[in-house]
Design a protein. Sequence first.
Length: 192
Amino acid sequence: MDLSRGQALNAASTAAKLVADADDTLHRSKDRERDDDFDRVKQTLDEAEKANMSTRRDLDGDRVGEIRSLLAEGGDKAVAKKFGESALVSPEAVKAKSQRAAIRKHESTMAREAISTATIENEQKTVTAAQQLSRTPLRDQAVARQLHKDGKNSRREQSAPTGQRSRTPLRDQAIERQRQKDRDREDNSLGR
């Protein structure tokens, strides 16, 4: 029994080692495949970059600028007229067209932003004007009520004989201060 138990343990440990070795081999092969794929992609990108660099060096900057301005002024017809039909597919023309497209896109974006900014400013002016108009009738009513009150109070003061002391001098002073504040507010609101 001990022998079969030992054999079973030995067989289990051997099986575990075999599984671990197989797993390691599988991982190493996947890593190798990934490395090979990476190397292939890197090589392809390097070749494309080299080709792109040689194209960039070969481009004539002045000609690109001239083609770009002709595209802006007269389109493909103007370029074909000056440089010929073959110039429309040249690397300079491709570069000029991509630059022109980027410029148009930027101009379009800036125009949209300007329109939205102008719209927002216009809406803000409209809201401000509406708020001012909505305040004016209320302010006018308040001023009219105050003038009406001041008119009543002034009649009372006029009816009192001059030279007599008021029975409530502190109250009279407070009323006078309030009237002065109201006049100041009225002057400020009319001045705006």
